[in-house]
Design a binder for this molecule. Structure first.
Ligand SMILES: *Cc1c(COP(=O)(O)O)cnc(C)c1O
Length: 352
């Protein structure tokens, strides 16, 4: 038997979540966001399992990898090109790109392409990360419109708090103002906006986290939104210790037994992507029972208190997150978000 840690990918759950996107945003085309190795789920496996109108990724390498696999649908580079020499490669692969700086426009104007490319013109409507401000949109648009290397333009923006009550009102007003002189296809919605703000759906929705069945909305569970987790990170107990009151577990005296305890040792550590900062008390499922993590997470192992689960023994099944234990709970306990935990899954974890 090999090391028992595996990430199990449930493609039925993936299909269920795609149906939910379709039901939320009827008529909109779906760009499946599969950056960061499909949020840790395996880019190609997820791409092959999806039936969508397009993919969104980060790098040209990812886009070319998808083309090599035979995908012919639109593929969007979410931050566009990073250097001038990427435009001709993009052109060869028929890949679309976000344009968010004048440098990218200059490179495009000067590029020698076989055929023009589809661009998504990114507007900064208040997130102040990428995109053109209201004062620059006319020039950016004019340059693209006049550029023979441009086949089509789609207007795009990204929301900074689509998941919060404050919402998207200000950014939507800004977007309307900035685009009112134009008639182009539009793409605004991430997962939170798909679920919460129908007015943002428009032509292309960009679904990331919700495809994988995790909640994009703070304080709302994936289950309550109708989502099903795609990844279950599971392992097994590889050892059991009996400790007496006052004895400690793991590095650094972090946790000291308050009485006689049974401790289970799980084959999963921070070098697998489990958060090292998960404190004692973070929930773990052992043999179907919810038990607390104890002591510090090590590189390859972590410990749990199985005193209340007498039938747990070496070999007992452990779930770190997924089916029966939402990744959001582990994230909240560790002071982070589900996006970080999923996308930080390490390549050494076997994915099946
Ligand atoms: C990552 C990303 C998304 C997907 O966001 P989710 O919250 O995971 O749905 C959408 N749009 C852009 C520009 C992104 O970078």
């Amino acid at each position: 038997m090999s090391r028992p840690l595996i990430a199990r990918i449930d493609l039925q759950a993936l299909h269920h979540n795609v149906s939910l996107v379709r039901a939320c945003a009827p008529g909109a085309k779906l760009l499946a966001v599969i950056k960061a190795n499909a949020y840790g789920h395996g880019m190609l496996r997820i791409a092959h399992a999806l039936d969508v109108e397009g993919f969104a990724i980060l790098t040209l390498d990812e886009a070319l990898c998808l083309r090599k696999e035979g995908f012919t649908c639109p593929i969007l580079m979410l931050e566009g090109v990073f250097s001038a020499d990427e435009w001709p490669v993009l052109d060869k692969g028929k890949i679309s790109a976000v344009v968010h700086t004048f440098e990218q426009i200059v490179w495009l104007e000067q590029a020698v392409l076989k055929s023009p490319v589809d661009v998504f013109l990114k507007l900064n409507t208040g997130m102040n990360r990428l995109g053109f401000d209201a004062g620059k949109i006319r020039e950016a648009h004019g340059r693209l419109q006049g550029c023979p290397n441009v086949a089509s333009i789609t207007m795009m923006t990204h929301f900074s708090q689509a998941d919060e009550e404050a919402g998207i009102g200000k950014q939507m007003n800004c977007f309307r103002q900035m685009t009112k002189a134009f008639h182009y296809p539009e793409s605004l919605a991430n997962s939170a906006a798909i679920l919460r703000h129908p007015a943002t759906h428009r032509d292309w929705v960009r679904a990331g986290i919700m495809l994988y069945g995790a909640s994009p909305i703070d304080g709302m569970s994936a289950q309550s939104l109708g989502l099903r987790p795609v990844m279950t990170l599971e392992s097994a107990l590889i050892g059991v210790q009996e400790v007496k009151k006052g004895q400690m577990v793991g590095y650094g005296n972090e946790w000291i037994a308050s009485g006689k305890k049974r401790i289970g040792v799980v084959a999963c550590g921070y070098a697998d992507g489990y958060p090292r900062h998960a404190p004692s008390g973070t929930p773990v499922l052992v043999a179907g029972c919810r038990v607390p993590l104890v002591g510090r997470v090590s590189m390859d192992m972590l410990a749990v208190d199985i005193t209340e689960v007498p039938h747990a023994q070496p070999g007992s099944r452990v779930i770190l997150w997924g089916e029966g234990l939402p990744v959001e709970e582990v994230a909240a306990s560790s002071g982070t978000i589900c996006y970080e935990l999923l996308s930080a899954l390490m390549p050494r974890v076997k994915t099946i």
